[in-house]
Design a protein around this ligand. Structure first.
Ligand SMILES: Nc1ncnc2c1ncn2[C@@H]1O[C@H](COP(=O)(O)OP(=O)(O)OP(=O)(O)O)[C@@H](O)[C@H]1O
Length: 237
């Protein structure tokens, strides 16, 4: 069964993420950085993952997006066994079903906002939607003027870049949105506004948001700390 046909199963999946016995180490001689026995995220739930620096938050996100491969265990995303996909299928699955907002936004500087959004749709082979119309709709939802579409990414303010990064993550209407600490450069007012917009814009998706700033937990349905999720060093010296 291809990942495409699995998508039909995904529409009835109860769980966005189902992790079992997931173990990951950067080095064989060191204890695992990630060791999660069981973690389930229901569809459309918004979870806040906190944890100290070095606790494994980014590593977990990289495993969820397929950038890192687990040593053992399984990650099932919307009924699809992610680990069983080939590298190419993983890329396609990620492009189609997972939206990522990176810490540094990772917009392509020399492209306009519309080109940035169109590129994300292109990689997902998303031809079924009118991308420009969807881009306009998302910008409106994120309270950016549509004139921004024609502006080069490197001419945007930091706050605008953040909103465009959300729009890019949502352009393909992903089932799962992963957000890695995007608020560190913002003052308190801008941060609250950003969080409200993010939560509103992702109401139809499951969201995993990682940050060490526990004051952001108020925006989420549930919260979990890496230390309790991760039993990596239990019983190890
Ligand atoms: N490429 C790597 N090679 C070896 N060790 C790594 C690598 N990347 C991360 N680590 C180690 O893995 C552990 C978890 O790192 P990770 O970046 O996942 O933590 P984090 O919770 O995201 O931290 P931060 O909040 O500082 O971004 C740390 O001890 C880190 O030093």
């Amino acid at each position: 069964m291809s990942h495409q046909s699995n998508l039909h199963a995904s529409s009835v999946a109860e769980l966005a993420v189902d992790i079992k016995n997931l173990v990951y180490s950067y080095s064989k001689s060191a204890p695992p950085v990630i060791s999660v026995k069981k973690w389930q995220l229901p569809k459309c739930e918004h979870v806040f993952v906190s944890g100290a620096s070095g606790s494994g938050k980014s590593t977990l996100l990289n495993l969820l997006t397929g950038t890192l491969q687990p040593d053992s265990g399984s990650i099932t995303l919307f009924n699809t066994d992610f680990g069983a996909l080939s590298a190419r299928q993983k890329d396609a699955f990620r492009a189609q079903h997972i939206g990522v907002v990176f810490q540094q936004f990772n917009l392509i500087d020399y492209l306009t906002v519309l080109e940035n959004l169109t590129a994300a749709a292109y990689f997902a082979k998303n031809t079924s939607l009118d991308i420009e119309a969807r881009a306009r709709q998302l910008l409106e939802k994120l309270q950016l003027p549509s004139s921004v579409l024609q502006q080069r990414a490197d001419t945007l303010s930091v706050g605008q870049q953040q909103r465009v990064a959300i729009a890019r993550a949502l352009i393909n209407a992903p089932h799962l949105v992963i957000v890695d600490e995007p608020t560190s450069a913002l003052d308190a007012d801008a941060r609250d506004k950003f969080m409200q917009l993010l939560i509103e814009a992702t109401s139809d998706s499951a969201v995993i948001f990682v940050s060490h700033d526990k004051s952001l937990a108020q925006y989420f349905d549930t919260q979990i700390d890496m230390a309790s999720l991760n039993q990596a060093n239990e019983g190890q010296v």
